[in-house]
Design a protein around this ligand. Sequence first.
Ligand code: CA
Length: 226
Amino acid sequence: MRILIVEDEKDLATLLLRDLEADGYAVDAASTVAGGLAMATTVHYDIIILDLLLPDGSGTELLTALRQRRIDAPILVLTANGDLDTKVENFDAGADDCLTKPFAIAELLVRVRALLRRGPVTVSSTLKLADLEIDRLTHQVRRGGQRIELSPKEYSLLEYMMLHSGRALSRSMIVEHVWDQSFEDLSNIVDVYVRLLRRKIDDGVETKLIRTVRGVGYAIGTDGGP
Ligand code: CA
């Protein structure tokens, strides 16, 4: 799981980074609206933590810009001003949660976990692609109505690919999201798991869904691209 923190107060940003990393997340940090926008539009984050008062603008502007670009990661807003108007304004702009400063790190961690469980705001519990269907609550997988048994990691890989179907996913993106770590040496494991998954999902079926994207990694989808 990869998290982006957009916060210009260095001490708080450092503290958040350290505690979230200790909790097992991969964490990136930005300190400006421009920096946050650049990162959030190039890397896929599972959650974005956003401060409202930034040196080059407001977090609300960034929030609005991200939602306009269809970045659907859950967004947790940090505000020094806990009044209702500020909260309503940010929820209207597409925030998923608001936390008033100062806060206990333990509370932030609990809220992050809750948002990650909820997943991207537009996602329902069932994901479908052609005749392949996965239920994100029960982790049941079916192709052509036939139940397919997957190991937990195979399931995580398939779910991640389905959440981004039609998109080329690099090995490092897959490693970061499925294995929670960004070790380069783990990229081989992606090939191994994709092979296992193909055997279960695509073997013996005419329409192959998992594709190798040369020079990039893998994609799942029904049409020609990417
Ligand atoms: Ca600030």
